[in-house]
Design a protein around this ligand. Structure first.
Ligand code: CP
Length: 314
């Protein structure tokens, strides 16, 4: 049985619970969907008749639009739920809102929420499959999957690669999902950031922890810069954006200690001149926009596998 054919999960809540074979199944399936976006007519009938509800309670550009585009390219019917104009503003709970939507028989629900565990709570209550599009500072599984897919395009492997993840580690769901994924696939992960942005038990994340950008990126194959998440910080964690850039901003000069063919990643949105210089973000090592493009194929793969369409078509 192929890895794709053996996929049985209803939900994608995090990378923590996935087996390496399941990660490979999603990445292999994404490979088959990549060319759909390169066609003149960018549409296949694979999810015709399936309904997907997009529930975004936090702002999003990349994740939301790529899920919506992925649904359109697969011919699924997508409903974009707006929290601001819904009965949530009249005091309806998240669970009651979700049960109400469930009564209309959607096949999948994509949810982004500020509270860690919100997608898990829905998954326990709903028959529809639930996809976590980012829950607080907990996990962002489809981001880690599209990051892995992008790394594979450039490096053809994950095992043995030196990956440095630099920035606001404490508030990042991207770092948690990436550490789970990259260590399951046997990459060596180092995280770096100011002590004020490092979780107290950082070593339990499963990566090497350092407090210097140079130490983290020396000989790195992959450098992933993270956004300073001002909206999740309850107090100022560094003196100024200028001071942060002086210590942890990635510049062309600093990049010289990394491998010559190192790739530069950023999940977005970027704070140019804070965690990354424009000369690097737009430079020859940057794969930041490729990450965005690959997000569509990876999300098509996730929608396809969780909808059960692979079993119906078998
Ligand atoms: N990477 C990411 O989650 O970006 P958005 O917040 O724009 O979706």
């Amino acid at each position: 049985m192929t890895q794709e054919a053996s996929w049985t999960r209803k939900d994608l809540l995090g990378i923590a619970e996935l087996e390496p074979g399941e990660i490979r199944a999603i990445l292999d399936t994404a490979e088959t969907f990549l060319e759909v976006s390169q066609r003149a007519i960018k549409k296949v009938p694979t999810l015709r008749g399936k309904t997907v509800v997009n529930l975004f309670f936090e702002p999003s550009t990349r994740t939301r639009s790529s899920f919506e585009i992925a649904q359109k390219r697969l011919s699924a019917d997508g409903l974009n739920f707006s929290a601001k104009t819904s009965a949530l503003t009249k005091g309806e709970s998240l669970v009651d809102t979700a049960l109400t939507l469930q009564a209309m028989q959607p096949d999948l629900i994509v949810i982004r929420h500020a509270y860690p565990g919100a997608p898990h709570m829905l998954a326990r209550r709903l028959e529809a499959g639930v996809i976590n599009a980012g829950d607080g500072a907990h996990e962002h599984p489809t981001q880690a999957l599209l990051d892995a897919y992008t790394i594979l395009q450039h490096k053809e492997r994950l095992a043995g690669l030196k990956v440095a993840i630099v920035g606001d580690i404490e508030h990042s769901r991207v770092v948690r999902s990436n550490i789970h994924l990259l260590t399951k696939m046997e990459a060596e992960v180092t995280v770096a950031g100011p002590r004020t942005m490092m979780p107290r038990a950082a070593e339990t994340l499963g990566a090497k922890v350092v407090f210097s950008l140079e130490e983290a990126i020396t000989d790195a194959d992959v450098i992933m810069m993270l956004r300073v998440q001002l909206e999740r910080q309850s107090r100022l964690l560094f003196p100024s954006a200028r001071e942060y850039f002086r210590l942890f901003g990635l510049t062309r000069e600093r990049l010289k200690v990394a491998k010559e063919d190192a790739i530069i990643m950023h999940p977005g949105p970027m704070n140019r001149g804070v965690e990354i210089a424009s000369e690097v973000a737009d430079g020859p090592h940057s794969v930041i926009l490729e990450q965005v493009s690959n997000g569509v194929a990876v999300r098509m793969a996730v929608l396809y596998l969780l909808s059960g369409a692979h079993r119906e078509l078998a």
